[in-house]
Every structure is written in structure tokens, then in C-alpha cells.
Design a protein around this ligand. Structure first.
Ligand code: ADP
Ligand code: MG
Length: 736
């Protein structure tokens, strides 16, 4: 599949616009999926359509769009946002100032009666018209565009509210006699102040929204701007974009590494914490890989560029975080549906309110009808509703990235918050994943080196972590092992092959039994090894036992503490492994794991996940993402633990850049906090409308004589979205 196209969308005021733009994009031939993020003002489109066609479609729907490409465009987007912010402030100041002057003048009784001085009031009408068109013109243009597209949005409501206020007031001024004397009141100040307040709200919102993309900016900032490149024997400082593949780069002490590459001279320690969360600098020698954005400590070395530009691990991570930030969870899609019918409903309520006041309201009923309809229109903006979900997702996903947790999308975030069971793979997840040969018990007639030589010969062809430990032990003792012939790995059992005409097998008890090898009293010894957490492995030659080996892979230092955290989050932790049941139990007990499912064949792991799900549990599978990929995919949430930049992101919903179960606890705690934050936002936005609209319509008037002024309505409306954004920003600091 081709890479998704990202567009920056201008002119979206609120939730109603989201579906308008999404639908416009989806109608373009070749588009598979289009997601609009109101929090970020962007659209992400997958499929085969080209950017120009997409931009044209967005423009036709009444908005503006531009394509976002590399890291540089982020700066562009930021500049645009800053411009937008300044413009909004200006609008707020101009409209707010003029509106306040009109309001104060009226309140202090400085203005003449309408009938006395129609010229003065006509002047106010023209000033108001000027403000509405020059400062608030975008509301009317937006309302027109959305009307043409058959939809409504915040612009529609603001334009209707202020427009009708101006029209009514101007009719009062021009034809005062057509109205009962009590109804002869002008609302120019209200119309102008509404424009000012709504602009102020948007300005504050834009400012706060900028903070939500700090995580991305931080990641982008990790890549240095220039690097010392050696070309034709000369050392020159070049901008990072000009570095080519295979070029030689000198990394000096304290420098950040510009692109991904391999060391070919010198050595150092590199701080990779920004990519892996691992706080200790990692030793790097000739042949080791180094990653863009990581920090060289005191050594100095020469590296060859192996991955540049969009292909570096850092660029992948940035892209992933960005996509995740603009994706939508289920809950967000639901909200968009509600928001799409919101505006027509509000307009209907405003009309009903007008009619009721006009027919049954007190005198001057026309004025009351006018005020209540206007207030309803102004107070009921779906902005807060539309922002509630995306803004929290942006903050949550960004914070996760800073903690070394890559969340693939909003859906994964929502699922992670609902988990009840965590299934963990043993090797490399709970344990360090660097098994060591700790026991070697040859049978009578063989010595240790003879046994180890045979075992190593078999394991030469294997990629299993256990194989590495045996090869390592042989190397340490200076034992040369040449590969066996006819090597075969029997998944879940062990390995087999031929050496000097003898058939060798190496693996677990199950394998030996299947091959009819008599284990004798080694079995009891194996049980003891297993009880102490070692994995017992047997070696047999021509059907006769040669040796019993014990391989130990101790739990990670922080596994116990991480599992305690998972327990505190109310989760059940289950270990799923192909290893010996007793070994698995011993390891599980050391770290406090609740349940063990052991001796599972690789192909049955997926089935075990399905069984747990059938019991009604929401299950996460935590694994290395290589041979666990099917189980990761089957689980409600697949969590891949990677070693730093090599994370197996593709098969996982969540990828941990650091090798620790603490990342799982972080991911779940954060996803719950984010979902809670979204719900608070939605609740706030909902309650705001449920209370605000009826009060604006005047339901309290018959009982308490309370009727909101349209100015208060505008202030409340502006503050509602500012509140939502502010609440989402709390997530950045919240304790987990
Ligand atoms: P897991 O990945 O869950 O640890 P596997 O299915 O990879 O489990 O392996 C299960 C068991 O099969 C191992 O614990 C070991 O006993 C045996 N086994 C598999 N491959 C090998 C190998 N290359 N060398 C020795 N034993 C092996
Ligand atoms: Mg495995």
C-alpha cells in the first residue's frame, strides 16, 4: 500500500465540519479511508487518489487544504497556526472593543432613543455590519459553504445568531412603527460582542492546541540539523538532508547521530533513551548499529549511513505517532455522528423557542422571541463535543511516545483501556531473553566437551534463543563445532541432525519421548533443575541419552515490580510459553504471575488466546512480535516488546520501545487515563448543551424569571471548547 497522504485543513470550526470534510474526501475516486482530526486540523487519507484531487474536493466542500509532507512541513504548519492565532486575536480585540463600547454606551444611557435619532442608530447598524463582514466574514462564508453542502456547523449557528440580531435591530431602526413600542430594542452590541467572544475562544483554543503536538516536535528535534561528513577525504559540515546512503560520517563526543548507520571505526557509548527508554548508555563497537536522534557520549567514531530521510527508525516512529494522534477511536466516530445532526436540531429548537415566546410570551413577545432564539443559536455550538475525543487522543498518544510506548491508533488506545487479562510470553518478555547454559550433566561414557560439542553442532543452524546459549558456552570453552548435516528444527520440540553418521537430537522431554529415548533417572534431575527455574534440555545420540543440560534465563530486574503495578490496575497476568511447565511456574512465582499456561506449541498459542476471549475476557498478548505475531493479532490488543529501534511495530497495536513490562503498565494506565479524560470532556460538553440550550430557550423564565443574554451565551460557548482543551492538557502531567 502507498503511504497515506496528510493534509492540513483550514476553515474547520467544529464537529459538523469533520464529517463534511471526511465525506468530501471519501467521494474522491481511489480513496480507501479518510480521517479528519479536528484537534490537529488535519486529514489522513489512504488509497490511490492523488493529493491534488483531494485538495480540490476539500475546497469544493468549502474548506481549504494543503499537503503535509516531511518534517519541514511541520514548521510550515506551525507558522500557519501562529498566523491564525494572531488573526484570531486581532478579531477578538477589534470586535470585542467595538462591542464593549456599544454595550457600555447603552448601559450608561449615553445613546438617544431609537425614535429620536434614527440616524445615530443607522450608524451603529452600519458599524455592526462592518464588523460582521470584515471581522466575522468567515462565519458567513463558512455558513454558506456548509449550507451548499447541505450541512450545518458552528459557522451556521454563529452566522444565524448574529445575522438575525443585526437584521432585527436594523428593522427596528428603519421601521420602528411596525413594532410594538416595547419591542423596539436593538441588539447591535450583542452581535458584535458575539463575534469578539467566539474569536477569543478560537484564539485560546488554537494556542492550547499547539501544546498537544509538543511530543512530535520533541521527536523531530532529536535529529540534528547538520553532520560532519567525509567526502573525498575532506571533512565538511552538511545539512542532514544532503547526506547520502553509504556516506561516511564522523561522530564526535556529545553529538547526536544524524541518520541510521553502522560503526566501522572507533567505539563509544550511546544514550538511546529517547528511542528505547533505556537510561543507561549502550556500548557501541565496530559493526554495531546506531540510530538517528540518539546521543553519543564521550567516544568518537566513524559510521556509514545505512538509512536516511524517511527510512530511519526515528522517522518511522514520528510517522507512527503522527498517524496515531490523528486516528479516531470508536467513541470518536459515534460523537461525529451525533455532531452531524446537532446543528439542524439546534436550529429547530431555536425556531420552536421563537414561536413559543412569540405566541405565549409576555410583552414585548417579539423581542423575547428574538432574544431566546438568538441565544439558543449562539450557546449551542458543537465545538466542545467535536474536540472532546481527538484532543485527548493527541495528548495521550504523545505522552505515551515520550514514555517509549508507541500506540498505533485511537482504537488500540480504547481497547487497551478495557483490558482485563494480560498474557505474557516468557522468554525476552518476563525474562531477560539472554539465556545462559548453567548446567551440563553428561551421561557416563561422555565428558562435558564431547556433549557440548554435539549440542553446539546441532544448534549452529538454529535461531532459537536457547541455541545462542549453547553456542556461547561452547565458544567460551574453546570448543569448535561444525554444523550437522540434515539439520531440522522441530518447532516446540527441539532440533535434529546427523554428525559422522550418528543421529543427534536435542530438545525437551516431549521430544525425547516422541523419539523413544530412555531418560532414566535424568528425569528426576531435570525436575529439580526446572523447579529452580532452569529449562532442562536433553541431548541424545542414536536414541541414547548423552547429556542433560540446564539453561537459565532469569527474570528481568523490573518484571516483579511491573507485575505488581499490573495487579494494582486490576489485571490478571498469565504466562504463555512453550517451555517446561515446572520451569515456567518457578519463573512465574518469582515475579508474581497469576497463571501459567506452559508447554504450548507455537501454533497453539493463538488458540489459547481465543479460549481466554471465549471466557469473556479482553486479552492483551505481550510478545516479541516475531514468532508470536499470530497470537498478537488474535488478542484484543497486541503489545510487541522490542529491543529499541528494531521494534516489531507492524504486527502490534502497541509497541514498546523499551524491553520492560513496565511499558505495558504505562500503556494501560495511560490509555485508561486518556479514556477517562475523553469521557469527562464528552460529559462536560453534553451537560453544557443539555443545560445551556433549555436555559437559553427560556424554560427557567416562567419559574424564576431567568433569561440568558446572548452575550453570556457567547462567552459560555467560547469557554466550553477552551475548557475541553485545557482538561485534555492535564493528561500531560497526570500521575499514572
Ligand atoms: P517459547 O518461545 O514459548 O519459549 P518454543 O516453542 O520456542 O517456546 O520452544 C519450546 C521448547 O522447545 C523449549 O523450551 C525447548 O525445550 C524446546 N526447543 C525448541 N527449540 C529448541 C532448540 N533450538 N534447542 C533446544 N530446545 C529447543
Ligand atoms: Mg518464543
Amino acid at each position: 500500500m502507498s503511504e497515506p497522504i496528510r493534509l492540513s485543513i483550514a476553515g474547520m470550526a467544529c464537529a459538523g465540519c469533520v464529517s463534511a470534510v471526511e465525506n468530501a474526501l471519501k467521494e474522491v475516486p481511489g480513496v480507501e479511508e479518510a480521517t479528519v482530526n479536528l484537534g490537529e486540523r488535519t486529514a489522513t487519507v489512504t488509497g490511490t487518489a492523488d493529493a491534488d484531487a483531494l485538495i480540490a474536493a476539500v475546497k469544493k466542500a468549502g474548506y481549504d487544504a494543503a499537503e503535509l509532507r516531511g518534517l519541514e512541513d511541520e514548521q510550515e504548519k506551525e507558522n500557519l497556526e501562529l498566523q491564525e492565532y494572531r488573526k484570531l486575536w486581532w478579531r477578538a480585540l477589534v470586535a470585542g472593543g467595538i462591542g464593549a463600547a456599544m454595550f457600555i454606551g447603552g448601559a450608561l444611557g449615553l445613546f438617544p432613543e431609537i425614535e429620536e435619532s434614527p440616524g445615530f442608530w443607522m450608524f451603529l447598524s452600519l458599524v455592526t455590519l462592518g464588523v460582521l463582514t470584515l471581522v466575522g466574514g468567515h462565519f458567513f462564508r463558512g455558513a454558506l459553504a456548509s449550507l451548499r453542502a447541505g450541512r450545518g456547523n458552528m459557522d451556521t449557528l454563529v452566522a444565524l445568531g448574529t445575522g438575525s440580531a443585526w437584521l432585527y435591530s436594523t428593522v427596528v431602526v428603519l421601521f420602528p412603527d411596525s413594532l410594538p413600542s416595547l419591542a423596539r430594542h436593538a441588539y447591535f452590541d450583542a452581535a458584535v460582542i458575539i463575534v469578539g467572544l467566539v474569536s477569543l475562544g478560537s484564539a485560546l483554543e488554537t494556542k492550547a492546541r499547539g501544546k498537544t503536538s509538543e511530543a512530535i516536535k520533541h521527536l523531530i528535534g532529536l535529529q540534528p540539523a547538520t553532520a560532519r561528513v567525509i567526502r573525498n577525504g575532506e571533512e565538511i559540515d552538511l545539512p542532514v538532508e544532503e547526506i547520502g546512503l553509504e556516506e561516511t560520517i564522523r561522530i564526535r563526543p556529545g553529538e547526536r547521530i544524524p541518520v541510521d548507520g553502522e560503526i566501522f571505526e572507533g567505539e563509544s557509548h550511546v544514550d538511546e533513551s529517547m528511542l528505547t527508554g533505556e537510561p543507561m548508555p549502550v556500548s557501541k563497537k565496530v559493526g554495531d548499529a546506531v540510530y538517528s536522534g540518539t546521543l553519543n557520549t564521550s567516544g568518537s567514531f566513524l559510521m556509514k549511513a545505512t538509512k536516511i530521510g524517511k527510512d530511519t527508525a526515528l522517522a518511522h516512529i514520528i510517522e507512527l505517532v503522527r498517524q496515531a494522534q490523528s486516528s479516531k477511536p470508536q467513541i470518536g466516530r459515534l460523537v461525529d455522528k451525533v455532531a452531524a445532526i446537532f446543528v439542524p436540531v439546534v436550529v429547530t429548537i431555536a425556531v420552536i423557542s421563537f414561536i413559543v415566546w412569540y405566541l405565549w410570551g409576555p410583552e414585548p413577545s417579539l423581542a423575547y422571541a428574538m432574544v431566546s432564539a438568538m441565544t439558543v443559536l449562539v450557546i449551542a455550538c458543537p465545538c466542545a463535543l467535536g474536540l472532546a475525543t481527538p484532543i485527548s487522543i493527541m495528548v495521550g498518544v504523545g505522552r505515551a511516545a515520550e514514555m517509549g510506548v508507541l500506540i498505533r491508533n485511537g482504537e488500540a488506545l480504547q481497547s487497551a483501556s478495557q483490558l482485563g487479562t494480560i498474557v505474557v510470553d516468557k522468554t525476552g518478555t518476563v525474562t531477560e531473553g539472554r539465556p545462559r547454559l548453567t548446567t551440563l550433566l553428561p551421561q557416563p561414557g561422555f565428558d562435558e566437551s564431547e556433549a557440548l560439542q554435539r549440542a553446539a553442532a546441532l544448534e549452529t543452524g538454529s535461531e532459537h534463543p536457547l541455541a545462542a546459549s549453547i553456542l556461547e558456552a561452547a565458544r567460551e570453552r574453546g570448543i569448535e563445532a561444525t554444523a550437522v548435516e540434515g539439520f531440522r528444527a522441530v518447532s516446540g520440540f527441539g532440533v535434529e541432525g546427523e554428525r559422522d553418521g550418528h543421529r543427534l537430537i536435542l530438545g525437551n522431554a516431549r521430544f525425547m519421548k516422541q523419539q523413544a529415548v530412555d531418560l532414566g533417572d535424568s528425569e528426576a534431575r531435570a525436575e529439580q533443575l526446572a523447579a529452580s527455574g532452569e529449562t532442562p534440555i536433553y541431548l541424545a545420540e542414536d536414541g541414547r541419552l548423552v547429556a542433560l543440560l540446564g539453561i537459565s534465563d532469569p527474570p528481568r530486574e523490573d518484571s516483579k515490580q511491573a507485575i505488581e503495578r499490573l495487579h494494582r490496575l486490576g489485571l490478571t497476568v498469565i504466562m504463555l510459553t512453550g517451555d517446561n511447565a515446572r520451569t515456567a511456574r518457578a519463573i512465574a512465582d518469582r515475579v508474581g504471575i497469576d497463571e501459567v499456561i506452559a508447554e504450548v506449541l507455537p501454533e497453539d498459542k493463538t488458540g489459547k488466546i481465543t479460549e481466554l476471549q471465549a471466557r469473556g475476557r479482553k486479552v492483551a498478548m505481550v510478545g516479541d512480535g516475531i514468532n508470536d505475531a499470530p497470537a498478537l493479532a488474535q488478542a484484543n490488543v497486541g503489545i510487541a516488546v522490542g529491543s529499541g529501534a528494531d521494534v516489531a511495530i507492524e504486527s502490534a497495536d502497541i509497541a514498546l520501545m523499551r524491553n520492560s513490562l513496565n511499558g505495558v503498565a504505562d500503556a494501560i494506565a495511560l490509555s485508561r487515563a486518556t479514556l477517562r479524560n475523553i469521557k469527562q470532556n464528552l460529559f462536560g460538553a453534553f451537560i453544557y448543551n443539555v443545560l445551556g440550550i433549555p436555559v437559553a430557550a427560556g424554560v427557567l423564565y416562567p419559574f424564576y424569571g431567568i433569561l440568558l443574554s446572548p452575550i453570556i451565551a457567547a462567552a459560555a460557548m467560547s469557554m466550553s471548547s477552551v475548557t475541553v482543551v485545557t482538561n485534555a492538557l492535564r493528561l500531560r502531567k497526570q500521575r499514572l
